[in-house]
Design a protein. Structure first.
Length: 406
């Protein structure tokens, strides 16, 4: 009996939890398997984004269609992020995760990335434009790669017939990267076992218990956001059954939970969205890479819970103006935050700085950041897919099988 990939991934996920709980930190010998899977995923990211986005943009021969899809995508991402941060703040204020918690701040070091000076909004926007696009490809700067790909695709569209050889090259290149992604996904169960087991072994219940309310608040808010906001969106805008949607994107969500990387999960997200949900590649290749960098719904929820937790821990009162500032800063910061593990910590530094709260608060939850990062990344991925479904549905581009209401 041959199990499908979803079953294999889920089985590996459950096995990782069991082994991590039994063997604890001794299970670290499986870490190289996880590291190998991450490296395999990461090595396809830059060429996959470049090729698929160029083809996605160039295939929209009508510039008006490109502009229309772009506007819809950005509005959807920023709108759901704003809703997410409000849900995060609301759940945190109801649960009061910072009251009664007594953790010496010095026990957990602030990650180096989080301690870095946050960028200004102007610098964030300027850094989207690469001074050397090949350097952007070499370093994996996703926003700069997207900018480069967008310009290539638009130029191909404007030139027309003379640029068709270049378009055919990228079409072939994109198909090759899809095939490479498929090959990599065959080892996903082994990779997830190697990623999850050491995490469970290191962050056992003994570590999670003091901060259980923080974890619960983030997880509850993420589930509420996914089940309510995304279900309504795909049902009303994409004309798709929420059951069909969640079933189709589940493998990518599970990979995202294991890797804690939106960008690293991108190949799987594209595969699930096009094959399981019926989103055309021209839409998926535009919406999803963009979502991997600017759609941070799960991270926004985390920001809301973290800000309330830190304020309560230090016995600080959050004013309405501060809460509004948190919402606006989170939405704007999401545009320039990379979809990689730990990026939420950098974003949290920006948000705390915007409301004049102590950055030392980051150290309080740094120890469980990985556990939170996995859930918020999973929500980010589901949000990316929901945007692709909604945009494709509004463009009458969903295949009948995927759009059918079950």
């Amino acid at each position: 009996m041959r199990f499908n990939l979803v079953t294999q991934i889920f089985a590996a996920f459950v096995l990782a939890i069991i082994l991590g709980s039994i063997f604890g930190s001794k299970i670290d010998f499986l870490q190289p398997l996880g590291d190998l899977f991450l490296r395999l995923i990461k090595f396809v990211i830059a060429p996959l984004i470049l090729s698929t986005l160029v083809v996605g943009v160039a295939s929209m021969s009508d510039p008006k269609q490109l502009g229309r899809i772009g506007v819809k995508t950005i509005i959807y991402y920023l709108g759901t992020t704003a809703v997410a941060i409000i849900i995060g703040l609301g759940v945190a204020l109801l649960m009061s995760p910072g009251k009664g918690v007594d953790i010496p701040a010095g026990e957990t070091a602030v990650p180096e990335a989080a301690a870095a000076e946050p960028q200004s909004a102007v610098d964030t926007l300027l850094n989207i434009v690469p001074t050397n696009p090949f350097e952007a490809l070499a370093t994996g700067n996703i926003l700069q790669i997207i900018f480069f790909a967008l310009f290539l695709g638009i130029a191909i569209t404007m030139i027309g017939e003379k640029a068709s050889p270049v378009l055919r090259f990228f079409e072939g290149f994109a198909e090759i990267m899809y095939k490479v992604t498929g090959i990599i996904m065959r080892v996903a169960p082994i990779g997830i076992l190697g990623l999850m087991a050491p995490v469970v072994g290191q962050y056992g219940l003994s570590v999670l218990m003091p901060l259980l309310k923080v974890v619960l608040a983030v997880y509850i808010a993420c589930v509420v956001h996914a089940l309510v906001v995304y279900s309504l969106a795909v049902k009303t805008l994409g004309k798709m059954s929420p059951v069909t949607f969640f079933k189709g994107i589940f493998p990518a969500a599970l990979v995202a939970y294991s890797t804690a990387s939106s960008a690293g999960t991108l190949p799987v997200t594209i595969k699930n969205t096009t094959e399981n949900l019926g989103v055309p590649k021209r839409v998926a290749s535009f919406v999803l890479p963009l979502g991997a960098t600017i759609n941070m719904d799960g991270t926004a929820i985390y920001q809301g819970v973290a800000v309330v937790f830190i304020a309560q821990f230090f016995h600080l009162e959050l004013t309405f103006l501060q809460l509004l500032t948190v919402v606006l800063t989170t939405v704007l910061a999401s545009i320039g935050t990379a979809g990689v593990p730990g990026a939420g910590m950098i974003m949290l530094a920006m948000v705390l700085n915007s409301v004049n709260m102590p950055l030392e608060g980051i150290a309080l939850i740094a120890g469980i950041d990985r556990v939170l990062d996995m859930m918020r990344t999973s929500v980010n991925i589901v949000g990316d897919a929901s945007a692709a479904v909604c945009v494709a549905g509004s463009e009458k581009g969903l295949t009948p099988a995927a759009a059918a209401d079950e």
